[in-house]
Design a protein around this ligand. Structure first.
Ligand SMILES: Nc1ncnc2c1ncn2[C@@H]1O[C@H](COP(=O)(O)OP(=O)(O)O)[C@@H](O)[C@H]1O
Ligand SMILES: [Mg+2]
Length: 407
């Protein structure tokens, strides 16, 4: 039953020309809207980004389908390290199947339980035409209203399976929540016909206690993952710019694919950075063997290269600026960074240019706002630098402002 695609309204009207912004065409489901509309979060930009060049993952989708087919309800949790491709496969699943969905994105400050509940409930109401005329008072103070929406949606067997997809439980905020409470107030048990498909990085304590759960470990060195990694590299090697690199190194496509598969350690984020860097000729000096071993080594290499011969500028300018971005709770402007670090705007802009590869820019009212592109780079920064100093730097700035206000 689940192999069938739910009928899709192809994107034509609504988004008009914007549909093919980056070459990735998203399916448009009328129920990706929400009621009330203002509670809806759109993840179109994220999904487009993650779907670019997407390959494989059939073994994961088969496992999800198998679970939906054989269980009356329950949680299917996909667990894997940062960069292995959890968010990307969620984007694919959601775009193919039209699941009601939510992505937690800490660096965009989309991580609160309330935001999740509002978005999930509003999508369920619209998607299943629930007869809820008015959202109850305090509906998002606990998990009760979400269960009500799921129950009403699943009350009609025609709607089964009712699936809610939730990405990155580990990026959700647990501030002020008792230890026994589930992350995002996710319910202990789900009504018949209702399922939650979620992803998380491996955590010592996942803070999720539920009646029915199956965990799929997306292992970096598993056959399925390595097969997808291989497919991705093989496709990339076909690109025109790559042939010259391979002949400069004197390696065959097969040797290259095998080497990159090993170097990537099964991590897609590594390929996302390293393949374009090779194509641009940033590794022309040195041999294939000298490519960094794994994602963290790639980050370390960039760090070392930026510092070499620039120690003073690096310590006083480049490092503080990237570290401030590492602790910022949401996308920030160059001006904000300048205020917090007490550096010049010009220095901030120069640093942003040097770290650009690891940053994402969004434009709000014509102004650029920056954030770290991927959580794995934040992990790297934490390993490299004591970030507490930078938290303090931001706090001190606002304390000083408050004091000024009092004077
Ligand atoms: N199956 C895939 N096919 C192609 N690219 C992928 C795939 N999975 C991940 N990627 C790329 O690797 C990057 C990291 O993946 P992501 O889904 O963000 O990892 P995670 O959520 O596990 O930390 C993404 O930005 C995406 O571009
Ligand atoms: Mg992710």
């Amino acid at each position: 039953m689940n192999d069938q695609k739910i009928s899709v309204e192809q994107r034509v009207g609504e988004a008009g020309e914007g549909a093919k912004v980056t070459g990735v065409e998203l399916n448009v489901y009328s129920y990706f809207k929400a009621r009330p509309a203002h509670l809806r979060r759109s993840f179109d930009a994220l999904m487009r980004d993650k779907l670019r060049g997407f390959v494989g993952r059939q073994f994961v989708f088969d496992a999800v389908n198998g679970f939906l087919d054989t269980h009356d309800s329950g949680y299917f949790v996909i667990r894997g390290v940062p960069g292995i491709g959890k968010s990307a496969l969620m984007a694919k699943l959601i775009n193919d199947r039209g699941f009601v969905h939510h992505f937690n994105i800490a660096s965009q400050n989309i991580r609160s339980t309330r935001t999740f509940l509002e978005n999930a409930c509003a999508q369920l109401i619209e998607r299943y035409g629930l007869e809820i005329d008015e959202i109850p008072h305090r509906a998002f103070d606990d998990g009760g209203f979400l269960v009500q929406c799921l129950s009403e949606a699943a009350a009609d067997p025609e709607n089964h399976p009712v699936v809610l997809a939730v990405d990155a439980l580990d990026e959700a905020d647990r501030l002020g929540m008792a230890a026994a409470v589930n992350t995002l107030y996710l319910p202990f048990s789900l009504p018949e016909g209702a399922y939650i498909v979620a992803t998380t990085r491996p955590l010592d304590d996942p803070r999720l206690s539920v009646a029915e759960m199956r965990v799929l470990d997306l292992e970096a060195d598993s056959e399925g993952n390595l097969q997808d990694i291989t497919t991705y590299i093989e496709a990339y090697v076909e690109r025109e710019g790559m042939q010259a690199r391979l002949s400069a190194w004197g390696v065959s496509a097969e040797q290259f694919v095998a080497a990159l598969r090993a170097k990537s350690q099964g991590n897609f984020m590594y390929l996302y950075y390293v393949l374009p860097a090779i194509e641009e000729g940033r590794f022309v000096e040195g041999t294939l063997d000298e490519l960094p071993e794994g994602l963290m080594a790639y980050y370390r290499r960039h760090w070392r290269q930026m510092r070499e011969g620039n120690e003073s500028a690096f310590d006083k300018v480049y490092e503080p600026i990237v570290c401030i971005l590492g602790v910022a709770q949401e996308p920030v402007t160059a001006q904000q960074i300048a205020n917090w670090t007490k550096l010049q705007q010009g220095q901030v802009k120069e640093s942003i240019r040097l770290w650009r590869e690891f940053l994402e820019e969004e434009r709000v009212d014509g102004e650029g706002r920056f954030r770290i592109y991927h959580a794995s780079f934040q992990d790297f920064l934490k390993e490299q630098v004591d970030l507490v100093r930078y938290d303090d730097m931001i706090a001190d700035y606002y304390l000083a402002l408050a004091r000024l206000g009092e004077e």
